[in-house]
Ligand binder design. Structure first.
Ligand SMILES: [Zn+2]
Length: 178
């Protein structure tokens, strides 16, 4: 008998509505109001945010405090491998490490939403941010190191093995049987 670590299955997050569902569930679990998920082009992200940003959580319009109407998370659909429309076939994700990173990015943006709602500082991904990020990722068996700018990098499993370049299995990407 091998001791097997019990982790949550990676969510099925190929489309905007599936990412919305995953984030809705975290909003319930962590008792914060829901937030709108939108999928945009790289061009839009570059225009709206800093160059090279793959995702961001924001409030719009800035001065509108009605949280239920004004909070969004935008994903660069191409970079994050998320389709704007629902799909019957999986979106192309070549490598298993991309599937792990995608789960991580969604969790990361949820934490920005959580911190905003709690009135906590998330600038620069400080200690509390990183603690929560590490905890939620670990529930999915995803671990990583932090770069000097406090962005997670070098994703690996509990045993320290990288997720690798082989294609993700249906289960890795949430298409497996439940
Ligand atoms: Zn961030």
């Amino acid at each position: 008998m091998f001791w097997k670590r019990k982790t949550k299955k990676w969510p099925k997050v190929d489309s905007c509505s599936e990412v919305q569902h995953f984030i809705d569930q975290m909003c319930l679990d962590y008792k914060v109001p829901p937030i709108h998920v939108i999928v945009k082009s790289k061009k839009w992200m570059d225009w709206f945010t800093d160059l090279g940003t793959r995702a961001c959580a924001f409030r719009f319009p800035e001065d509108d405090q009605r949280i239920e109407f004004s909070r969004f998370i935008a994903f660069d659909g191409e970079a994050c491998r998320i389709s704007g429309k629902d799909r019957n076939v999986p979106i192309k994700v070549k490598h298993r490490h991309q599937a792990a990173t995608r789960v991580h990015i969604i969790i990361h943006e949820f934490i920005h939403h959580y911190f905003f709602h709690q009135g906590m500082m998330d600038e620069g991904h400080g200690k509390n941010f990183r603690r929560m990020e590490t905890k939620i990722n670990a529930e999915y068996g995803i671990y990583f190191f932090y770069k000097s700018n406090n962005y997670a990098t070098w994703f690996h499993d509990f045993w320290g093995f990288p997720f690798g370049r082989r294609p993700p299995t249906p289960e890795d990407r949430g298409w497996g049987k439940r």
